[in-house]
Design a protein around this ligand. Sequence first.
Ligand code: NAD
Ligand code: ZN
Length: 342
Amino acid sequence: MKALRKTATAPGFTLAEIPVPEIRDNEVLIRVRRAGVCGTDVHIHDWDAWAQGRCHPPFTVGHEFAGDVAKVGSLVSDVTVGDRVTAEGHIVCGRCHLCRTGNSHICPNTKIIGVDRDGCFAEYIAMPATNVWHLADSVSYEVGGIHDPMGNAFHTALHGTNLPGKTVLITGCGPIGLFAVGICRAAGASRIVASDVNQTRLALARAMGAHDAVQPAAAEAAVRAATDGLGADVVLEMSGVPAAVHQALALVRVGGRVQVLGIPAKRMELDLATEIIFKGITIYGVVGRRMYETWIEMTQFLSSGQFDPRPVITHRFALERHAEAIAAIKSGEAGKVVFEIG
Ligand code: NAD
Ligand code: ZN
């Protein structure tokens, strides 16, 4: 089969011909139809410091996908050949303290497809059956293929935020921030202010339902105007840029809540006393998707028709055009980029 591989400890990917994966008794083989390309893939492509510390080539890249089931292992009872599916790409142990207390999204033994084991930029992928998520007939392979980043947005927007009627500031309108705009809208936030430095992405934020889509320098005025000067009830930090993290903490109201998803490239300093403690705010660190509350929420919002992620998808490429896909992400002019595989 065709597979996009990280073969060397150097920048780049290689499109290779490799055997279709063998499956274990508790696994299923999935024929990949669509796969989302993500910033993580760019880090692996560029072989940056994070990738060097984490990944062990050779392996197949990619962690966001949808397709149909081609084969099931002998112990698999609730997945059938021909089922249309996506999958949670974090494979957890199921045995540790976190897994056993309903917090498997922070299982310390997590293995991520396309990072720690073979991923989905290939014609087939082997997945544990427990990670498989069935798609409703109304959900396309393309939307199925972006459940991973959409799930990050659902987790960030909905966990502990109680959105109906709230004013929300979203700092960073990458694909995840853009999904979050639509989710907050569908969940009943009364005012959504989205900020980014990129005009293309601000236009997409408006298309997804942001009431205000503004440059970071204009975010304060928009939030103050919407809240009688009080500050946003909820801030979703989705850029990972230190200036935006400080702004998130400055523009959340006293007693408000900041959900931090964006990952700063290096250590950053905070004034704990003034930015957090004396404001009495709550900060929630987001890791992936809650298993499987986030997946249930995602499925229900999609089937309600109130949330439509499709405007975020702006670029589609065959696997052979992987260099263009990576370039589209790096340009900053793309929303979500998707590989069309089978
Ligand atoms: P992305 O990294 O492209 O999005 C970041 C956006 O922030 C860009 O559009 C950029 O123009 C914008 N930005 C830059 N400076 C800004 C500022 N000062 N104020 C507001 N916006 C600013 O795309 P993404 O894939 O949506 O990822 C968002 C972040 O989430 C990244 O940091 C990524 O590493 C992280 N992430 C975290 C998890 C997790 O589980 N915690 C999972 C996936 C991604
Ligand atoms: Zn575990």
